[in-house]
Design a protein around this ligand. Structure first.
Ligand code: PLP
Length: 405
């Protein structure tokens, strides 16, 4: 039994009163999720009772902190079903993971005229990272267009491959449209051309089970804070064969084996990519968050959220003059919308006054906004603790704002 009311008890912030409205209706989960007690308490406990820098100490606390940190890596490995913990690199989040791949993969395998395939629905982190490489190395960005329904144009994708294609970098789930992309098929097609694939899992890993071996992706990135874990920690999964062959991202302590003034040899995976003191307390928080969702069951979370999104699509579809962006089917926990010609900022601000948190703006996807012909949208995004009553509150709130205009 998925008992959402009991689950909500684990998230103290959901009991907050905002502008005299109780309880807060938090529908900005695609931006960041709230944290369960177990995550915050584990981190507090580590700071109070274990804290010491990892990997370098012979003393008890350092060894205990190291042990916790490495167990967290194992928890991530198991969550993604990666083959080995050495394929799990801790980063600050999806953005850093993508930048790491863009920089290091391009350094090793791309030269002027080579191409990366991305799509029109990417978050800026999966556009600008490649544009920086473009400016430095003269590579080209090839872009998969969208259909009017908000799906990737798979025929156009097939046509983009040529002898210059070196990598595909694609989002698993759109943070604006909610579209769940057919990444298995995307990967299969890329591999037929001997081209590796980076999957941006920022909006997928929190919502359904991801098995990197089943997907057969070469790289997979996600952020802890969108998955009930603290800010400042994220993950890059990479197949060993790629991580072994690409150079380090940053230099410093931890990523080396030996250093002389003339030459440095690099550490083994994954430490080669983890220069400096890692956020070892955040990795504990991430592990507790993954344990939390695993205990609920990713399949149960998925079913709960899909039900919620279908309910929200139906209820919001009844609002006069509403326009919901993105596909009707095959979508995940994000609903971007506009109502008549009400500006998204007005809608978001007035909903906020009713104690309902949604996001407004371009959602770090300006090229997609251009494709949709809008400056911005309102976005409601759902998490494992949201309820149908909150959807009703959102719909009632939108109706109220609509009437004011
Ligand atoms: N990719 C997608 C699809 C996202 O939705 C986001 C954040 O909203 C990111 C990447 C960047 O994530 P972060 O800011 O946690 O690095």
């Amino acid at each position: 039994m998925y008992d959402v009311e009991r689950i909500r008890e684990d998230f103290p912030i959901l009991k907050r009163t905002i502008y005299g409205k109780y309880p807060l209706v938090y529908l900005d989960n695609a931006a960041t999720t709230q944290k369960p007690r177990s995550v915050v308490e584990a981190m507090t406990d580590e700071y109070y009772n274990v804290n010491a820098n990892v990997h370098r100490g012979v003393h008890f606390l350092s060894q205990q902190a190291t042990d916790l940190h490495e167990r967290s890596r194992e928890t991530v490995r198991s969550f993604l079903n990666a083959r080995s913990a050495s394929e799990i690199v801790f980063t600050r989040g999806t953005t850093e993971s993508i930048n790491l791949v863009a920089n290091c993969y391009a350094e090793a395998f791309m030269r002027e005229g080579d191409e990366v395939i991305i799509s029109e629905m990417e978050h800026h982190s999966n556009i600008v990272s490649w544009q920086l490489v473009q400016a430095r190395k003269g590579i080209r960005l090839r872009v998969i267009p969208l259909t009017d329904e908000g799906y990737l144009d798979m025929e156009a994708y097939r046509q983009l491959f040529n002898e210059h294609t070196r990598i595909v970098s694609i989002t698993h789930v759109s943070n604006v449209l909610g579209t769940v992309n057919p990444v298995e098929e995307i990967i299969r097609i890329a591999h037929d051309h001997d081209v590796p694939v980076l999957v941006d899992g920022a909006q997928s890993a929190p919502h359904f089970a991801v098995d990197v071996r089943k997907l057969d992706c070469d790289f997979f990135a996600f952020s802890g804070h969108k998955l009930y874990a603290p800010t400042g920690i994220g993950v890059l999964y990479g197949k060993e064969k790629w991580l072994d062959r690409i150079p380090p991202y940053m230099g410093g302590g931890e990523m080396i084996k030996t250093v002389t003034m003339e030459k440095t040899t690099y550490n083994d995976l994954p430490y080669k990519f983890e220069a400096g003191t890692p956020d070892y307390v955040a990795s504990t928080g991430l592990a507790r968050a993954l344990e939390y969702v695993s205990a609920l069951g990713m399949a149960h979370i998925e079913a709960h959220e899909r039900d919620l999104v279908q309910y929200a699509m139906r209820r919001m579809g009844e609002i006069e003059d509403v326009h919901i962006f993105g596909p009707k089917d095959g979508r995940d926990s994000v609903i971007s919308f506009r109502v008549g010609d009400i500006h998204h900022l007005d809608m978001g601000t007035l909903l906020d006054r009713l104690g309902i948190a949604v996001r407004t703006g371009h959602h770090c996807a300006e090229p997609l906004m251009r494709r949709l012909g809008v400056e911005g949208t309102c976005r409601a995004s759902f998490a494992l603790y949201n309820t149908r009553a909150e959807v009703d509150a959102l719909v009632a709130g939108i109706e109220r704002v609509r009437k004011m205009f």
